[in-house]
Structures are given as C-alpha cells and as structure tokens.
Design a protein around this ligand. Structure first.
Ligand code: G3I
Length: 341
C-alpha cells in the first residue's frame, strides 16, 4: 500500500508540474524558447514588447532575444492594464514581461507611469478634487515602482506632457493638479526606487521648435527646484521622408548634457511610404545610432516593436529594423554598424 501512495504522490507531482507549466505559459508566461544570445551592443539597444505575441509566438520571442538587450512593455504597464479599477492592481502582464527579461539578463524600461491615454474610466470620468487625485496618482506610482524596485532600470515617469505649441497637454492630471502632477509623480517614483533613472518621455521633440524649447525649459525648471529628474526620452517616431539627422540629434543630446541630464531614444520607428527604398529608412537608424553612440549622456536606443507585423502603425509601413518573421533589414545593419561592439 505504501508503495502505491508514493507512486501516486510522485505521479501527481509530475502532472502538476507539466500541466502547471503549460497553463502558466498559456495564460501568463512569455513563450519559452530557451537561451538565445543577443547582438553585443556598446549601449542597451531594445524593443517595445507586446505581451500577446510574446505569450503565443516563439518566433517573436526569439527575434527579440537574438537582437535586443533591453525590453520596454508596449502596453502592459499602462493604467488601463495595471489599475483597471480603483485600488485593484493587475500586474500579470507586466510581471510576465519583467520576469522574462530578468530570466534572459535583459534590461527593463518601465513605461509609462503617467499619461493621458489608455487610462481606465474611473480615472478619466472621476469628479476629482486635487487632494484626492494627488493621492491616487502618488499611490499608483508608489505601488508600480515599488513592485519593480531594483528590477526596472529606467522609468518613463511622465509621458507626453506637452503639446506641439509647447503648452501643457490638458489631460486629467493637468486639469486637476496643474503642472504639479509632474513633480508629484517624479517624487513618488524616486521615493519608491531611489536607484531608478527617471525620465520625461516626449514625442516629436527631436526637431527645434516650441515643444523642444518647452521641454528643455520644463526639465531645467524641475532640476533647479530640486525635483528628481534624470533626463528625457526622445521617442523619435519618424518617417523615411523626414527624420532628424545625426547632427540634429547630436545637438539635442548636447543641450541636455549641458543641463547635466541624460537622454534616451525610447520609441524609434521610421514609417516607409509605399515604394520608398529600405536604404533611406536605414539612414534614419544610422543617424540615431551614431548620435547615441557618440553622446556620453545617451543611455540607449529602443525601437517601438519587435517585428514589422506587430508594429502599432501597421505592417504596411514596415517601420522597424526587423521585418516580418524577424528578418533583418538594412535598418538593422545600420544599427549594428553604429552601435554594436
Ligand atoms: O486591450 C484592448 C483589447 O481588449 C481590444 O480587444 C483591442 C481591440 O480594440 O484593443 C486593445 O487595446 C489596444 C491597446 O493598444 C492594447 O493593444 C488599443 O485599442 C490601442 O489603441 C492601443 O494602441 C497603443 C497606443 O500606444 C495607444 O495610444 C499601441 O499598442 C502602442 O504601441 C502605443 O504606444 C505609444 C506609447 O505608449 C507612447 N508614445 C506613443 C506610442 C504610439 O502611440
């Protein structure tokens, strides 16, 4: 009888491991493709990773691991995902991506803590007074940054706070708290993880103009006031028709170095009009890669998606260095020439 019980116990344990692993892969974990060596970069070069394809598509995961050393969750850390109902946190998707990155020794960028998009209705529809919304914001930042303290190296604390004319985006945070929401988020993030690098992440701030000026003024003002800010993220969403060249990006990076601040290229993609040559797209990636390699304060470069077919702007725009199925394009060769060891 004793032997039968031991056998059943062992069989049960083995079954649990097998079914448990399959279940966790199905619902939770990123697909397991084993160990894959990445390109050796002089600075972190990464991609935004979407948890859906990462859970079900081994080619997608393999393409990320074989090319990139830094991971930004494309959507898994946004409010609608992380705190869909007030006080109810859902970290399953973010945990899956962070754990996957750690398992493979990859750097993690947190994105974003505060934005005006992909917010749950309880935030956007709330009839807030300033004190209450400040507490909601502070609690969210502390909960998220605290959970990943020591695991997430860089945070896009505030995403896209400015309009093209340089004014503040009139999102729910600004409408209720004014510009102070930015300081509240930055201070809460620093308290929750003193070692994390804290950035304000902005779109279309690579060319000189009202927004670029306003962003420099904003971070300089925060710095002077003793607000914890380490630098800015330049998203660099561009097109093959018009992209910042190396000199332009070097100038922007130099402006922030003069302020004692870091920069990072955080969301690069280069949309290709129909029929445009891939070589023109590659020139945009060469410009960004060379500018970042040469700038002491450039932390790294991230592209906004792993392969073209999963790009947020559509596969038809072929915006990324890796084409469908992870095929390397001239744009990837351009990044390697600029940033690989
Ligand atoms: O989660 C829902 C799903 O339940 C639903 O079935 C599906 C179809 O409607 O939509 C899913 O939500 C989508 C979400 O991505 C998650 O996949 C939204 O519709 C879609 O609008 C959202 O797009 C994201 C976009 O931000 C939102 O503005 C893109 O994937 C994401 O790449 C993009 O990323 C932003 C950065 O975070 C900040 N910088 C700009 C960049 C481009 O907008």
């Amino acid at each position: 009888m004793g032997r039968l019980l031991i056998f059943l116990a062992l069989a049960g344990g083995v079954a649990f491991v097998i079914f448990g692993a399959a279940a966790s892969r199905r619902g939770g974990d990123v697909a397991d493709v084993g160990r894959v060596e990445a390109v050796r970069w002089v600075k972190p070069v990464g991609a935004a990773v979407s948890v859906g394809p990462a859970r079900r598509n081994e080619d997608y995961v393999r393409a990320f691991l074989a090319h990139y050393t830094s991971l930004t969750p494309e959507n898994a850390m946004k409010w609608e995902q992380i705190q869909p109902r007030r006080g109810r946190f859902d970290f399953a998707a973010a945990d899956a991506l962070v754990t996957f990155a750690e398992r493979h020794g990859r750097r993690v960028r947190g994105h974003p803590l505060v934005w005006d998009q992909q917010l749950p209705e309880w935030v956007t529809a709330g009839d807030w007074d300033a004190a209450e919304l400040e507490q909601v914001l502070r609690d969210h930042v502390r909960e998220v940054v605290g959970r990943y303290a020591g695991r997430v190296e860089v945070w896009d604390v505030v995403n896209e706070p400015l309009e093209d004319d340089g004014g503040f985006t009139r999102n729910v945070w600004f409408r209720v708290l004014g510009e102070r929401y930015i300081e509240i988020a930055l201070r809460a993030a620093r308290e929750a993880d003193p070692d994390a690098t804290l950035l304000i992440n902005e779109i279309a701030a690579e060319f000189e103009g009202p927004k670029a000026k306003a962003l420099r003024r904003l971070v300089a003002r925060l710095r002077r006031s003793g607000v914890p800010i380490d630098g800015v993220g330049l998203q660099n969403h561009t097109t093959a028709r018009r992209f910042p060249d190396r000199e332009r990006l070097a100038a922007v990076m130099g402006d922030y170095e003069d302020l004692g601040l870091d920069v990072e290229i955080t969301e690069m993609d280069v949309a290709l009009p129909p029929g445009a040559p891939l070589e023109r797209q590659a020139r945009a990636y060469t410009a960004a890669g060379e500018a970042c390699a040469a700038a002491p304060n450039c932390l790294g470069l991230t592209v906004w998606g792993v392969t073209d077919e999963f790009s947020w702007i559509g596969a038809d725009k072929r915006p990324l260095p890796l084409g469908e199925g992870g095929v390397s394009k001239p744009a990837f060769a351009a990044l390697r020439t600029a940033l690989a060891r």
